[in-house]
Design a protein around this ligand. Structure first.
Ligand SMILES: [Zn+2]
Length: 50
């Protein structure tokens, strides 16, 4: 069964080789590292912050 994968930041459909974050209550998918950084900043996580 294929699970639909969408970017957690912009909700775009992401390919199989996309950036995957595991943990935090499941798997999250991102187009790339940039989407992940933007998303993590919105979630106020100390990741990709300076
Ligand atoms: Zn994205």
């Amino acid at each position: 069964m294929m699970k639909r994968r969408v970017c957690s930041h912009d909700m775009f459909a992401v390919p199989d080789s996309s950036f995957v974050l595991k943990g935090m209550g499941g798997e999250m998918y991102f187009c790339n590292l940039r989407c992940f950084c933007l998303w993590s900043v919105q979630k106020v996580e100390p990741f990709c912050r300076r």
